[in-house]
Write a protein that binds this ligand. Structure first.
Ligand code: ADP
Length: 327
């Protein structure tokens, strides 16, 4: 038997603190470990302040960790940041480009830093920037600026691309276009380390991910496995006519007490929510049919990574997403 392919990125017990005011210490990353395989889109998901950016800055050799081990393509970016310079592309969170530089000029300037740069023309086409090559940075739309920042991360022809909060501030159409693009980048053979605080983005895009909260990993896996592994991972919501709601609640509560497939029954106004295993809907319908209780409305509720966060962190997913989008 051959050994499995070595991981592209391996992070073990990473810890990073910052000096706070008046001699205090701020633990940004407490204990983070994960492994990224070749060709994956691997997500680091968590609320703002969880330690995501600090983690990837340490992986990219841009920040010195307090302790822990990091290996990127067999190199140690902490001991020797230059060892990964050609093979890891980092997307700048806020592009620090001059307003007057054009797309084409930025690409060619950045390409000149690398020994084996990508084909700039091909990259412009891949990122739908070919028609905007002569446009100055200040005149690009939010989506175009993001695409340019991704293009600049890829211009050195890296094996690994680190993309940090790449869809913040984009409208829904531009977000979806950016997601398609990240998949194209992955399909072209680049391993992607994706930092995001958007649950839907991680669910849609990541092959595997870690969820980080307060500087520690609270969950790790594929989005589907994490969601399937939730307690009460299926939920059904039912509505009955007012004269039948109490009776239905009694039948379903009895089912929860007896049945292996039903975990909880909760009433909220005229709605009853039942959670349980994959067979919960089947069990509910059978029990109701036996009592001739026909609901007015039945909806199955799908779970998301947000529910995974709630279960593993023990708190609701609160971040500044809503405020940010509204702002
Ligand atoms: P995230 O990317 O998940 O939002 P960060 O890694 O940026 O998290 O930050 C983690 C924590 O470390 C936050 O509490 C943040 O305020 C703090 N922090 C980040 N950078 C610095 C810094 N340069 N100096 C002091 N504290 C910092």
């Amino acid at each position: 038997m051959t050994d499995p392919a070595p991981p592209v990125i391996d992070v073990r017990h990473l810890r990073k603190t910052y000096a706070g005011p008046e001699g205090t210490t701020k633990v940004a990353v407490d204990d983070v470990s994960f492994t990224v395989g070749r060709g994956e889109i691997f997500g680091i998901l968590g609320p703002n302040g969880a330690g995501k950016t600090t983690t990837v800055e340490c992986v990219a050799g841009l920040r010195r960790a307090d302790s822990g081990e990091i290996s990127v393509l067999g190199h140690d970016p902490q001991a020797d940041p230059a060892s990964i310079r050609e093979s890891v592309g980092v997307q700048l969170q806020e592009s620090a480009l001059h307003d007057k530089i054009t797309v084409d000029e930025a690409m060619r300037q950045f390409a000149a830093f690398y020994e084996h740069p990508s084909d700039v023309e091909e990259l412009l086409r891949l990122l739908d920037l070919a028609d905007h090559r002569g446009v100055q940075f200040a005149n690009l739309s939010g989506g175009q600026k993001q695409r340019l920042s991704i293009a600049l991360a890829l211009v050195g022809n890296p094996q690994v691309a680190i993309l940090d909060e790449l869809t913040t501030g984009l409208d829904p159409a531009a977000r979806r276009a950016t997601w398609d693009l990240v998949e194209r980048v992955r399909d072209s053979g680049v391993t992607v380390l994706l930092v995001t605080h958007f649950m839907d983005e991680a669910e849609r895009l990541c092959d595997r991910l870690v969820i980080i909260d307060g500087g520690t990993v609270v969950a790790e896996g594929t989005p589907a496995d994490l969601i399937d592994g939730l307690d009460g991972s299926r939920a059904v919501r039912l509505r009955f006519t007012p004269d039948r709601t109490d009776r239905a609640l009694a039948v379903l509560t009895a089912l929860a007490a007896d049945g292996a497939d039903v975990e909880s029954v909760n009433r909220s106004g005229s709605e009853i929510e039942v959670t349980g295993t994959r067979k919960v809907l089947f069990a509910v319908v059978q029990a109701l049919a036996a009592d001739d209780l026909v609901p007015e409305d039945v909806r199955t509720v799908s779970r998301s990574l947000e529910d995974v966060f709630v279960q593993f962190s023990g708190r609701t997913y609160q971040d500044e997403t809503t405020a940010e989008v509204a702002a």
